[in-house]
Ligand binder design. Structure first.
Ligand SMILES: Nc1ncnc2c1ncn2[C@@H]1O[C@H](COP(=O)(O)OP(=O)(O)OP(=O)(O)O)[C@@H](O)[C@H]1O
Length: 774
């Protein structure tokens, strides 16, 4: 390694085999002189002649009217898989190339989009509602009136109808039912019923009677919130929440006062068991493990085992235990064997009656009753009112199509939708959130004002960019309009609301995003898989998987954030031509998707093109798009304008680009053949991050960014350890920022200092506990 912070680091973090072929990348510079405008006019003429031509994606398009059209072929040479890269000839201005800036056409040199037929897939169906009411259950009348009148739950869902009576009888249960089917209430109602009906009235100082363990902080807050609502009629019973990111001291004092229903993430709970003497588990009579398979995937198995040991040591009688998830993995077998005694298996997609296990432990055959189909491939049930789509698009067009879809659904549709977009890494979320907020969001000054109002601190949009005169002018203008802008609601109506959520945000910001996105009526949440499980965000209309999840269980949980409790929902999976096999892979699990046409997104974009920011004089280009391709190019130009000359945005784009590639290299072996990193065309990936630089030069941007980190407003983005590793061996977490492969998984990292005096190489052996099919 040449330099710990230096120029070669980004190379080190991207697998060598990828970079080796990208060195042939050719360079070009943007120039906006008269000659280019003449060329552009000439292009316009040529375009008319080519009007009938259609592109590889099936869209009728005319030749692109970009001022640098003839420079566009260079990107072909960054192909990773295709090692037959050619050198670019015929370029008229070698000096400009040397600057390393490339503007490539969105519609040229794209791989062909394979035609795939929609397979007829017989899906697994589950009923959501039953027609039965809570009145039919032996529950306290206050609890019933709370559920029916205050919460508005008129009918029992299928999983509630099957689970609540079992739990009221004091049995252990292993529960599997589709996302959004009401599993939380299925365990919360019996716990509350049990606690309020105790002959010896529960006292706060008794400490916990019920432990609820969940994998994420948001889910902990959500379950805690539900218990608080249910306990309103029984005010002597107190619920509490423990989770990472909160102050331990405050939690300790809450525990000292007494908490009867304790909702916790496993790490933090174990922490308190070890360090908070006042926390006694002696009275615990309920243990609920929600999203059991995710807890195991995240590597919490040890914590959960320790909690169970602590319970064994402190409780005279083993607590009644419930394990729940929409998907139950093989790992749950181990967990259930140590936690459940004579469990009842509630599998809602299995239409046979409830099946008690034959023995106290759960054998693999009995586990199959709880989740595994009898065939060697598991099948999953998804809400029937969920419409699932996939979009096959060349890599270069991904950014524009994502933005176009967000605008279409969250801004131009009436009523506007709420959308969640899943991305693979935290850096990618950071970049896209900033980019969309700046280019598509509220007027930037409004966005800034909004976030100031929301957080009470200076917002960071464009903050440190000394070149952003336009922004400063706009800010000054709008500051003068002060009074009007202070009306938050009015401001919100003026633009697209962009939210972000990932595991590297502090707890305050995470909770705030969660709250804001819960209450907003429209907008887009960009997030990592931290939001994929269990979260019940109301009225989400669209789930977009901008990067594929890989494991089918993750696909299930992501799309499960919409179409909840019988409501309608849509999902869209972005795939590149090399990834189309993934549709067949999902079909194998009885998941059926229909094709979505990119032309419909571009059409909406073209219709609303006047709403997009105009090119500035310094970035002159296509002025009035008239075709779908021109509209796409126009928007891509606005994104690239937003990156170029702006160090902060450059840095975010470069980090997003690098982390995307690193995350791409970590797909599990089950789908590795589909998501091959060697299929990635680095030049096209760079384009999808609005970068004009050649991939090999993106490290340069990163170096600039690192120097920025100590200056003024850019402090917020100061270096993270994983981005600038020292000579210490890379941990898995350092080597990949993917939330999806978050480092909690059992992973072997083999680090070698490769060539003497050369680069540091991280060889990852990623062993994923994902959906094993065979
Ligand atoms: N009986 C009911 N009638 C109407 N709505 C209900 C009922 N029970 C639960 N809900 C609502 O359904 C939504 C989903 O519930 P919940 O979050 O418990 O689902 P889940 O099965 O745990 O989903 P996931 O597997 O994604 O965690 C919530 O908004 C909840 O308020």
């Amino acid at each position: 390694m040449e330099d710990d912070m230096g120029t070669n680091l980004s190379l080190n973090l991207i697998p060598d085999d990828i970079l080796s072929t990208s060195s042939a990348w050719k360079k070009e510079k943007v120039f906006g002189d008269r000659r280019s405008r003449l060329k552009q006019r000439k292009e316009l003429r040529r375009q008319k002649e080519d009007a009938a031509k259609s592109d590889s994606c099936g869209i009728n398009y005319t030749r692109e009217k970009r001022k640098h059209e003839d420079t566009s072929d260079n990107d072909a040479e960054a192909s990773v898989g295709n090692k037959t890269a050619k050198t670019v000839s015929n370029h008229k201005d070698g000096a400009k190339r040397a600057k390393g800036i490339v503007i490539s056409s969105l519609f040229r040199k794209n791989p062909e989009v394979p035609v795939i037929s929609n397979a007829e897939v017989e899906t697994v169906q589950e009923n959501v509602f039953t027609g039965d009411t809570f009145k039919e259950l032996p529950l306290h009348q206050y609890l019933i009136s709370n559920l029916e009148e205050k919460q508005g739950f008129k009918q029992l869902t299928e999983v509630q109808k099957r689970t609540i009576p079992v739990l009221l009888q004091g049995k252990d249960a292993l529960v599997k039912s589709q996302t959004g089917s009401g599993k939380t209430l299925a365990y919360a109602v019996p716990v509350v019923q049990f606690l309020q009906s105790r002959k010896l009235k529960v006292r706060r100082s008794d400490g916990p009677y019920a432990l609820i363990i969940v994998p994420t902080r948001e889910l902990a807050l959500q379950s805690y919130d539900l218990f608080q609502k249910l306990l309103r009629s029984f005010v002597w019973i107190v619920a509490g929440c423990l989770m990472g990111g909160e102050k331990r001291k405050a939690e300790k004092s809450r525990l000292r006062k007494g908490v009867n229903v304790l909702v916790a993430t496993p790490g933090r709970l174990m922490d308190h068991i070890n360090t908070t003497g006042v926390l006694s588990l002696a009275r615990v009579q309920w243990l609920v493990i929600d999203e059991a398979d995710r807890l195991l995937e995240l590597g919490y198995e040890k914590d959960v085992a320790q909690i169970i040991n602590a319970l064994k040591a402190q409780c005279p009688d083993p607590p009644q235990t419930v394990l729940l998830s929409a998907t139950l993995s093989q790992g749950v077998e181990r967990l259930s064997s140590i936690t459940l005694s004579n469990p009842v298996h509630v599998n809602v997609s299995d239409h046979s009656a409830l099946l008690p296990a034959e023995t106290g432990t759960v054998s693999s055959s009995s586990l199959s009753l709880a989740g595994k189909a009898t065939s060697d491939v598991e099948s999953f049930s998804l809400p029937s009112q969920l419409k699932q789509h996939f979009l096959i698009t060349p890599c270069k067009l991904r950014l524009v199509l994502l933005a176009g879809l967000i605008l279409w659904k969250c801004k131009y549709s009436k009523p506007c939708s709420k959308m969640i977009v899943f991305l693979s890494t935290q850096d990618s979320v950071e970049f896209h959130a900033q980019l969309f907020a700046q280019v598509l969001g509220c007027q930037r000054s409004i966005q800034k004002k909004l976030s100031e109002l929301a957080s009470g601190v200076e917002a960071d949009v464009g903050e440190s960019d000394e070149n952003d005169d336009e922004y400063e002018d706009e800010k000054n203008r709008s500051d003068k309009e002060g009074d009007e802008l202070r009306n938050t609601e009015k401001m919100k109506k003026q633009g697209l609301q962009v939210f972000k959520l990932h595991g590297d945000m502090n707890q305050k910001d995470r909770s705030k995003t969660f709250q804001d996105f819960t209450t907003t009526s429209s907008g887009v949440l960009l997030c990592t898989d931290v939001a994929a499980r269990g979260l019940d965000l109301p009225h989400v209309d669209w789930i977009v998987q901008y990067t594929s999840p890989g494991a089918t269980v993750d696909y299930i949980h992501r799309v499960g954030r919409t179409a909840r409790a019988g409501s309608l929902g849509h999902s869209l999976l972005f795939l590149m031509p090399s990834e189309v096999e993934y549709v067949a892979e999902l079909n194998r699990y009885k998941i059926s998707l229909t094709k979505f046409e990119q032309s419909s997104i571009l059409r909406c974009l073209l219709q609303n093109i006047s709403d997009l920011p105009k090119p500035t004089s310094s970035t002159s280009g296509l002025q009035t798009p008239r075709t779908l391709e021109e509209a796409a190019t126009y928007l891509q130009d606005r994104f690239e304008d937003c990156i170029i000359d702006k160090k902060l945005m450059h840095g975010l784009a470069a980090k997003g680009f690098q982390s995307y590639i690193r995350a791409y290299a970590t797909y599990s072996k089950d789908v590795k053949d589909i998501f091959k990193v060697s299929n990635l065309h680095l030049g096209h990936v760079a384009k999808s991050f609005a970068l004009r630089e050649a991939p090999a030069q993106i490290q340069g941007i990163k170096a600039k960014f690192s120097s920025l980190s100590t200056v003024g407003g850019a402090n917020k983005y100061k270096r993270k350890r994983e981005d600038f590793p020292s000579k210490r061996p890379l941990s898995f977490k350092q080597a990949t920022l993917s939330e999806y492969s978050s480092g909690f998984q059992q992973t072997q990292v083999k680090k070698v200092m490769a060539k003497p005096g050369g680069k540091m190489k991280a060889k990852l052996k990623v062993k994923k506990h994902t959906n094993k099919k065979k």
